[in-house]
Design a protein around this ligand. Structure first.
Ligand SMILES: Nc1nc2c(ncn2[C@@H]2O[C@H](COP(=O)(O)OP(=O)(O)OP(=O)(O)O)[C@@H](O)[C@H]2O)c(=O)[nH]1
Length: 208
């Protein structure tokens, strides 16, 4: 049986994960790819409510999970709630081809395992400090795609983008990374291209 491709979007609080999701939804839609969304929050369903209200997706295709503990730890240790939600979405919407799973994390820890997702994106932002890539956190090293967001804020917070680019290249010699300003959309086309080629064309119909 083939199931929907599951794509994780992880990274520290406030780095721009929900914004990335909101930006990607119309791009998937324009490409004719049917999407569903799962959000993970500690104690709220705020991100899911925001995505439902956005008008970018049928609200019935958005599920919220309240992890009750630090989301990235909860998901890594026990992905069952997300797996169940993904299965329910597939049953309720048989046409769904991709399920985007968003979860908060921290700067250095990984968020997802291959038990839950087929491909995952880690989002950090320049405003959290230009030394984050140098610290080589697990999420940054292991993610299929690294998004370094809020490049528009780098000059305002004194973050050295050149140094971030070379630290990222050092840390991820064989994996793609993109630098984005998700407010203006800079870097978004490149991000989408990586997701589609990395997650879907290379493995268009993962077997479950
Ligand atoms: N200047 C600037 N602001 C951005 C950018 N991307 C996101 N933001 C803003 O950063 C804030 C946090 O973005 P979110 O998308 O909510 O971040 P998040 O990672 O989903 O946050 P949590 O769900 O709380 O973990 C929002 O106010 C966004 O509008 C960007 O590239 N540049």
């Amino acid at each position: 049986m083939t199931g929907a491709l599951r794509i994780g979007i992880g990274g520290p609080v406030g780095s721009g994960k929900t914004r990335l999701l909101e930006r990607l939804l119309p791009m998937f839609s324009d490409a004719g790819i049917e999407i569903a969304v799962i959000t993970n929050d500690l104690m709220t369903d705020e991100d899911a409510q925001r995505v439902r209200r956005s008008g970018l997706i049928d609200p019935d295709r958005v599920r919220a999970i309240e992890t009750g503990a630090c989301p990235h730890t909860a998901i890594r240790e026990d992905p069952s709630a997300n797996l169940t939600a993904a299965d329910e979405l597939e049953l309720a919407h048989p046409g769904v081809q991709v399920i985007l799973i968003e979860s908060g994390g921290d700067n250095l820890a990984a968020t997802f395992t291959s038990d839950l997702v087929d491909y995952w994106i880690f989002v950090i932002d320049t405003a959290a400090g230009d030394d984050i890539p140098r610290k080589k956190g697990i999420g940054m090293l292991q993610a299929d795609l690294l998004v370094v967001n809020k490049i528009d804020l780098a000059p305002l917070v004194g973050a050295d983008l050149g140094r971030m680019r070379s630290d990222v290249a050092d840390a991820r010699p064989d994996k793609p990374s993109v630098f984005t300003d998700l407010r203006s959309g800079k870097g978004l086309d490149e991000t989408f291209r990586h997701v589609v080629t990395g997650a879907m064309l290379a493995d268009p119909a993962p077997v479950r």
